[in-house]
Design a protein around this ligand. Structure first.
Ligand SMILES: Nc1ncnc2c1ncn2[C@@H]1O[C@H](COP(=O)(O)OP(=O)(O)O)[C@@H](O)[C@H]1O
Ligand SMILES: [Mg+2]
Length: 146
């Protein structure tokens, strides 16, 4: 069974260097304004980021780009790491750094069982190893279309 083991997010609303480990049952308890809804927003944000339509996600919430980063830090990018346990593939780690004004990850990585096979950095997409298509070169560099 595939399941999310943990998430880490930094600079998303009131969540700064925030890690959540998932167990069979997680319960959010706290005073009003302590951040329960924000934790759910963070999960929703990450799932939308994976789908790739943050513009629309912000619009339906009437949020501006500036509303999603934390007022508690001076950082601009929102950083995240999601650890997924997938039966056949083992541990999958998706991490990245989202540029808030572009609403795009300027750095992003997917690691499967300890091997990084997809990396986006400085406008380049790097694909390495693990591909079943043997015609692909071992390290494959593509200009990212911003
Ligand atoms: N961009 C932001 N930066 C820092 N703190 C924020 C930001 N946006 C909202 N907050 C704070 O986060 C809290 C929101 O908590 P919320 O998740 O609604 O709490 P709960 O659901 O537990 O009542 C409030 O204290 C609010 O001031
Ligand atoms: Mg709430």
């Amino acid at each position: 069974m595939t399941k999310i083991k943990s998430i880490w997010i930094d600079n998303f609303k009131s969540l700064v260097d925030f890690k959540l480990e998932f167990t069979a049952f997680n319960c959010l308890v706290g005073l009003n304004g302590s951040g329960k809804s924000t934790v759910l927003h963070a999960l929703d944000f990450l799932s939308q980021l994976m789908r790739g339509n943050l513009d629309e996600w912000l619009k339906v919430r009437h949020w501006a780009k500036d509303d999603i980063s934390s007022k508690l830090t001076r950082k601009s990018n929102i950083e995240f790491k999601v650890v997924i346990e997938s039966g056949p593939l083992g541990e999958i780690i998706w991490s990245g750094s989202l540029n808030r004004s572009k609403l795009r990850c300027t750095q992003e990585e997917i690691t499967i069982r300890g091997t990084c096979f997809l990396r986006v950095e400085e406008g380049y997409l790097f694909l390495t190893g693990l591909f079943k298509y043997n015609e692909l070169p071992k390290s494959y560099k593509v200009v990212w279309d911003y």
